[in-house]
Design a protein. Structure first.
Length: 492
């Protein structure tokens, strides 16, 4: 188990690295995170939802993602509430206090999923969540040390030296553990190191002397390995610098919605060489030279609809849409319609709310979530599409203006369905399909259309599939170079 001294210290990436390292050494490996909190989710082979990080880790281990790899997924829908996804299916919505009291009842499902994985794999690479020693929450914790003790898992404590305070992170966290918990800790991994490692030699000795446990890795910060991030921490403005716009580039803005979900839909676009992709948080930023606006998914479309009006975004987006391209995905597609109706109170006590009115569609939120994998073609540019849908609502077209955006089939079924809608020859369009830009055929045609309009030379798209597995190998090589992998394996 990879435990953390806090959030965003690199547990997910380290777990991906070790899934790859152990797989390359001949072990049958599966990832496992008992409880994840993320709106960045993925549809598994069973048609259920798990956190995106576990899907990445499964891919690194060369296996198909399963709901058992993340049996409890919390999808925040407000500051204090979340949708509970249990073994891939929606269980209900709970506030934080209610959920904390409910945790003991989830342990059976967690252990059931864990046992399911152990029957088919030699190694389980487990990931903790946040800080493993939040003392006010530790008693009912499902995902960190309580689980490690239950299954007798050796643990590595991961710390982030880039944030500063690494001595307090490691020594403080270790000393907050019980004696039984400390016995499971085989050592520490210091992540995101910058500079000359010889200057930290005395620091390593200090930590080892104070804890009696070894530093198993001092892993340098990297800039050239591309692994899908887990949650919205990665897109906060202070973590992802704004790139300067260019007249010889396609400048794409992504709206930083509250409760943004599946933001990894845009990751591959940002890697195209002539694309500038920025997450923007002020309406003023939209007027400074962007060619396209992407409205991403959101866990709470009703709240987001209120937000875009209250903050001035509605006027700015409608003004931008008079001449430029706007593309919505899932909740973003719903926001582009005339209104969203919520008669069952799925997301809000309000029964209906006015949306952006960019597309002649209306969304009805329903209590049953649609979760499915799809494939098909774009009706406008002919680009091939594969991806997945995760949404609570159904969207219907009002009137005859515009045209459908995709023709798709659900995996394993023959029936052809229509998805999304567009107007202005596709200049304003939306779809429910997550992962749509991961398809080189669709992405290439989408971006080349923007290039033609701007008078920029058309380009071939990056090949997503082959490059992704190369990134896992590079990640594994990076961690193997700077970690004592032999000692880690010997302790298992």
């Amino acid at each position: 188990m990879l435990l953390g001294t806090g959030s965003d210290v690199g547990k997910s990436v380290a777990a991906s690295a070790f899934c790859r390292i152990l797989t390359k050494r001949g072990f049958r490996v599966a990832p496992f995170k008992a409880q994840n909190m993320s709106n960045n989710s993925y549809v598994t082979i069973e048609g259920g939802e798990i956190g995106r990080a576990q899907a990445v880790q499964a891919e690194a281990a060369c296996i198909l993602p399963s709901v058992h790899m993340n049996p409890v997924l919390l999808k925040p829908s407000s500051e204090t509430g979340a949708q509970i996804v249990l073994q891939g299916k929606v269980f209900g919505n709970m506030g934080a206090v209610e959920y904390d009291k409910f945790k003991p009842k989830l342990k059976r499902a967690i252990m059931e999923s864990f046992q399911h994985l152990t029957k088919e794999h030699d190694m389980i690479v487990m990931e903790g969540a946040g800080s493993c020693c939040e003392m006010n929450l530790k008693k009912n914790d499902l995902v960190n040390l309580n689980l490690a003790v239950s299954v007798g898992s050796p643990c590595i404590l991961v710390a982030d030296i880039d944030k500063g305070g690494v001595f307090a992170q490691i020594i403080g966290t270790y000393n907050l553990m019980s004696r039984k918990e400390r016995q499971l800790v085989i050592g520490f991994l210091i992540n995101k190191f910058r500079g000359d490692p010889t200057l930290f030699a005395s620091g390593i000795k200090y930590i080892e002397d104070k804890t009696g446990k070894p530093i198993l890795g001092l892993v340098p910060y990297y800039h050239d390995i591309y692994i899908d991030p887990e949650d919205s921490v990665a897109i906060q403005k202070d973590r992802k610098k704004m790139k300067p716009l260019g007249a010889d580039r396609i400048n794409i803005a992504v709206l930083s919605l509250p409760c943004i979900s599946n933001f990894t839909d845009m990751e591959i676009i940002a890697r195209e060489e002539d694309i500038v992709l920025n997450y923007i948080s002020s309406p003023v930023e939209l007027s400074v030279g962007y060619d396209c606006l992407i409205i991403p998914g959101t866990k709470n479309v009703m709240e987001s609809a209120v937000w875009v009006t209250r903050t001035g975004w509605r006027h700015a987006i409608r003004q931008f849409a008079d001449k430029k391209h706007v593309f919505g995905i899932c909740g973003g597609y719903q926001l582009m319609g005339k209104r969203v109706v919520d008669p069952h109170g799925v997301e809000s006590p309000q029964k209906a709310i006015t949306a952006l009115d960019l597309l002649p569609v209306e969304t009805l939120l329903e209590e049953e979530k649609i979760v499915r994998k799809i494939s098909g073609l774009c009706a406008l540019n002919g680009g091939r599409v594969t991806g997945y849908e995760i949404h609570m609502g159904r969207t219907k077209v009002l009137g005859e203006t515009g045209e459908r955006y995709l023709n798709i089939r659900e995996s394993g079924k023959r029936k052809l369905c229509k998805d999304g809608w567009s107007v202005e020859s596709g200049r304003i369009a939306g779809t429910y399909v997550h992962g749509i830009f991961d398809n080189p055929s669709f992405r290439g045609k989408f971006l080349n259309n923007l290039r033609r309009i701007k008078g920029i030379e058309e380009k071939k798209p990056l090949a997503k599939g082959s490059s992704r597995f190369l990134q896992y190998d590079r990640l594994a090589d990076h961690f193997e170079r700077y970690c004592d992998v032999e000692s880690i394996i010997a302790s298992l």
